[in-house]
Design a protein around this ligand. Structure first.
Ligand code: ISE
Length: 337
């Protein structure tokens, strides 16, 4: 097998720090070589205890470091584009947290830059595809075990939102995962998005209308709905129910220990996405590392990043107008077939 990947992690915030710990403690065949953050103290804290890793404030320095041969991008989405171009120019394997970039136009340019290289270098961090239950549901659909898939019902609930989380972000930061998972499960592109805003919680910060109900249509007419509720207080929950011609499949139920005590029964609710999808992130990053060491890149592609960005744009427009908005997509380049 090839030598371990020497990974530069760009961004040491919530997701970056989680990936640094993962790479250092649980992933085989990869080492953290550099951590970049505008806040040097944060980068230094993130490499504590990792021999051979350097803390930097500048992504260029990491990309030009001869010790680095792979990049994991975990900065806020608005900073992805510049780093992606530079990493592509160096022909490095890239794992880019979602979104690929914040809008369809810039995502399409990244797709074109990769097409120009003529090989896939970018995996986008849509971790739900690596979740055991989503994978199992995907298999049931592909095997036609229960006949045709007809409808998908999603519930996506967060306990609360971080400061600065806007109304648009309910779509572009949260429902983006359902856009990806619906495309992954159905194997089809999404054709339209509609958003309805009903009765709202008093617990949402000013400017956010929460929850919202999203109606999504795929190429063959499969309907999917999403309850996005990001100030749900009780904990984190992501579930999907799939209706088929010959049965119903539910995934995402909390299946931890079932406890009876002090006159009550039940279990614990996961507090956030790091716990709910911790195992999926491990599988995702390991898959990226294994493929990169073979000289390949698998998983969700730059095309998936672009297509979901187009869905988010339609979703935000639908949120504003109340209308059903068509998703506009360019023709998929041969590289992604
Ligand atoms: C966050 O950025 C994520 O990616 C989580 O998976 C999602 O549940 C949350 O709503 C987003 O804000």
């Amino acid at each position: 097998m090839a030598k371990p990947l020497r990974v530069a992690v760009i961004g040491a915030g919530r997701m970056g720090a989680d990936h640094i710990e993962r790479l250092h403690k649980r992933i085989h065949g990869a080492e953290v070589a550099a951590v970049v953050d505008v806040d040097l103290a944060r980068a230094e804290a993130a490499i504590k205890g990792i021999d051979g890793a350097v803390a930097l404030v500048n992504a260029d320095e990491a990309l030009n470091n001869g010790d680095v041969n792979a990049v994991l991008i975990a900065t806020p989405g608005v900073l992805h584009e510049d780093i992606l171009y530079k990493a592509l120019a160096k022909d490095l394997p890239i794992l880019c947290e979602k979104p690929l970039t914040p809008d369809a136009k810039s995502s399409w340019k990244i797709v074109q830059a990769e097409v120009e290289l003529d090989r896939k270098r970018i995996q986008v961090g849509f971790m739900r595809r690596f979740d055991a239950e989503y994978s199992a549901l995907g298999q049931i659909i592909r095997d036609h075990e229960l006949g045709e898939l007809l409808m998908l019902h999603h519930q996506h609930r967060n306990p609360t939102t971080p400061p600065g989380f806007t109304n648009e972000m309910l779509i572009s930061d949260s429902v983006v995962h359902e856009f990806d998972v619906i495309r992954y499960l159905t194997g089809e592109e999404i054709t339209s998005v509609q958003v309805r805003k009903g009765k709202a919680t008093r617990n949402a910060p000013e400017g956010q209308h929460d929850p919202q109900h999203i109606l999504i249509e795929s190429e063959s007419g499969i309907l999917a709905d999403v309850e996005i509720f990001v100030n749900a207080k009780f904990g984190y929950q992501v579930t999907t129910q799939a209706s088929f011609e010959d049965g119903i499949v539910d995934i995402g139920g909390d299946t931890g220990a079932y406890v009876r005590s002090a006159g009550r029964w039940g279990g614990t609710v996961t507090p956030g996405f790091e716990d709910r999808f911790g195992a999926a992130y491990d599988v995702e990053v390991q898959a990226w590392v294994d493929a990169a060491r073979r000289g390949e890149v698998g998983g969700p592609t730059a095309w998936d990043g672009y297509a979901t960005a187009a869905c988010c744009e339609a979703g935000v427009e639908a949120q504003k107008s109340g209308e059903k908005i068509k998703v506009q997509l360019n023709v998929m380049p041969e590289l992604y077939n």
